[in-house]
Structure formats: structure tokens, C-alpha cells
Unconditional design. Sequence first.
Length: 343
Amino acid sequence: MSTRMMKAAVFKGSGVLSLEQVPVPEIRQPDDVLIRVSACSICGSDLHVLAVPPGQYAKPGTILGHEFVGTVAETGPGVTTVRPGDKVVAEPNIRCGICPECRRGNFNLCRNAVNTGQQRDGGFAEYCLMPEKQLYKVPADLPDRTAALAEPLACVMNGMMKINPQPHEKVVLFGAGAIGLLFVKVLRRYGVRQIAVCETIPARLEDAKHAGAQLVFNPAKDDLPSELEKAWGSLADAAIDAVGAGAVFEQIIPVMNCGGRVLFFGQNMTQYSTIRPGDINCKELTITATLSTKNSFGPAISILTDPEAAIDEVVTHTVALEDIHRGIDLMRSREAVKVVVVP
């Protein structure tokens, strides 16, 4: 066992996250890479894991955190693509490559995936051990708070490549948290200008405007179909659920043009929705969903490294690892949009 120790945020089960001293992980496999973590952002899935009952699963005893950037500290003897000193981000979900989904090319749906930060130790620590194949180099001068967004942006890009919005189309987005704001920024880069964001928190509606939304609405107060017809002269060609609450599906169908496309991104396994399937038939809607990343880290890094994209604007707070509970509380209370933890 390693004699070096490090600080880490360890999930103990039943909503408990404990700051502890644990051994620094050691190189054991030829392709192991030890990363000194520079920053790790808090994801909505971390909040779901820490909810009681949990909205997502994590194995008790695991160091949480999967959206991280760091510097290569040590490498196994078989590593050839990175070396000590390189700045890297990590694709956290380690796929088996041999299950039916992997063999069909659907690696993001791997039946045997091991999720870093949920089933194996992640980035809310001073060091994290990852296989070489999971790592992507980023420029040394890319700010840590920006680089830490590589994984969520890659997830967004996976969804964008599925729904494929066109510049002339009208898009409705539900949710103006970190993911929603990333979608707005990426939609703008796709050339989409007619973007309506639906959110119940007034401050986040202002954030959506700043990110580039043309219209903002509160679905708890506004008659969305009527407001869209008034502003655009039509309903939406595409819609994105960046929330994962069951009620959103019920709100999406009435705002869609016939032949429209719906992307489900937000995930919360405690949520349910009640809809009439016939309403989908009558509008001939195409319903699709996205999970994790799929050939999307490259496109995400390309956007991250473009200063004009201003991706790091979604980060509202930075906290030390010792203050991670404050960062979690800020996100739970929705005072923060995105919190970056610095070990």
C-alpha cells in the first residue's frame, strides 16, 4: 500500500460525503496514468448520488467527481501518448469493448461500463488514477476552470450531434443550469438564433439571456405555446430537456411543431411523466435521448479552446476541496450554476 496520503471526498452511502485522508493511488497496470488533479467540477449527477433516496447510483467507499482536469504525474511502462507534465482531461466512463452494445458501436451504452466517480475513485481528490485510453491532452495554458468542463461539454456535444439543429430552426430548451447554458452557447455556435429557454428561477433566466437566448419564459407562469406563437409565429422545430424532471415531457409536447424533434438529456431515475402517446403520433414527433459521451470529446475540446465560446462563464463559484460541502449546498440551493472544486 502507498505510504503517501492525500485528501479526498469519499461517498459513504445514504447521502454522506466524507473528507478523509486516503492513500495516493499507485501505478499497477502498464497503461495506468497518475494524474495530479487541478480542478474538478460538481455535476448534477453528484447531487443525485447524494440525494436520499438517490437519483443515481454510486458505490459506497468511492471518491466522487468525474469532471476533472489535471497534470500527468506518473505513467505506467506501457503508456505512449502522454507523459509527465502533460495537461489532460478524462473521459470518465470506462467501457468494456466486448458487450453487444460496444460491438455495435454504442460504447456510451456499455453494459459493463465502470463509471469514474461512481464505481471507481474519481477527481474530488489530490490525485486520480486513470487508464491511458481515457485521457485527452489539452493546451497547458487552458484555464483549469475551463478545462474542467470538458466532460459535461462532451456530453452536450453528443446530444447536439443527435438532434442536429439547423441555423434557421426554432429551438426550445428546458433548464438553465450549467448544462442548459452550455446548450445555449453551443446552439449559438451552430448558428441557431431563435432559442427560447424555459426556467423557473429568475436569476437563471438572466443567465440564459447572457448566454445568448433570444426568449426566456417561466413555465410555471407563462402559456408557452401562446408565447412562442406570438414571438415566432410558430411553435418549435426542436426541443431539449436539460432538466430530467417528469413534468418537462408534459410541457414539451404542446410547444412542438408537427414533425419536430425532442432530445432528452437530463436524467433523474426518481422521476416519472404522464403523457398521451397519441399526442406524439398526431404530431409525428421524433423522440431521442443521449447518455454520456460518444466520439464527442474532440469536438468539445475544440470549442473549449476557443476563447470566443466563453464556456467558463457557466462557472459561478470556486471552492477548495475542504469546502466541497459548501459547494454542494450552493448547487442544491441553486445559488450556484456550476461549482469548481480545487484540491
